[in-house]
Design a binder for this molecule. Sequence first.
Ligand SMILES: Cc1cc2nc3c(=O)[nH]c(=O)nc-3n(C[C@H](O)[C@H](O)[C@H](O)COP(=O)(O)O)c2cc1C
Length: 186
Amino acid sequence: MAKDISYEEYSRQFLEQLPRGAFLTVQEGERLNTMTIGWGNIGYIWKMPVLTVMVRYSRHTHGLIEKAADFSVCLPAPGEMRKALAIAGSVSGRDVDKFKAAGVTPQPARTIQSPVIKECNLFFECRTVFRQAMDANLLDDTVRGNSYSSLDFHVMYYGQITACYRNDQEERETSGTTAKVPVLSS
Ligand SMILES: Cc1cc2nc3c(=O)[nH]c(=O)nc-3n(C[C@H](O)[C@H](O)[C@H](O)COP(=O)(O)O)c2cc1C
């Protein structure tokens, strides 16, 4: 049984795991995709908990999230699902069914249309409340040089967190859904 957790509890695990990779999953009508993200924010604005993700224009996901009402962000337990994250972060949903390629399972979410990734440990369901394109003229030169030399900028999507819950390790193992895979060299 997935456990609901409070706003105060989730941010630490989110920030620890995010740089190692999380799954951003979006459903728009019949179109469904997941991709690995490594950057994002979690905070409290507009009187509510908000999670922000950053998606470059070149991503297949960009076309979906632009039209979708919501998205999910799902984080593996520490050290798990590295191969799946590497696949979801290197091939495009334009070319392949990434759920099959990465061996992950979309599972209905509780509060949004976009599904969550069943094999993960920490789940955020988010309703998009703001979209923000980057204005390159407002960007620090060093950041621009380091992250945008190809001019493939991000769009930021701010999601009201409508549900947040966690699966514990024991349950995922006994239910046979744990996707523990060997560590990939970088
Ligand atoms: C660890 C990791 C973190 C990543 N973080 C992001 C990110 O925050 N934003 C982004 O646009 N792409 C990010 N990527 C790249 C996308 O996941 C990658 O380009 C993916 O193939 C896009 O899939 P899509 O074309 O199906 O949307 C990341 C990749 C990896 C491996």
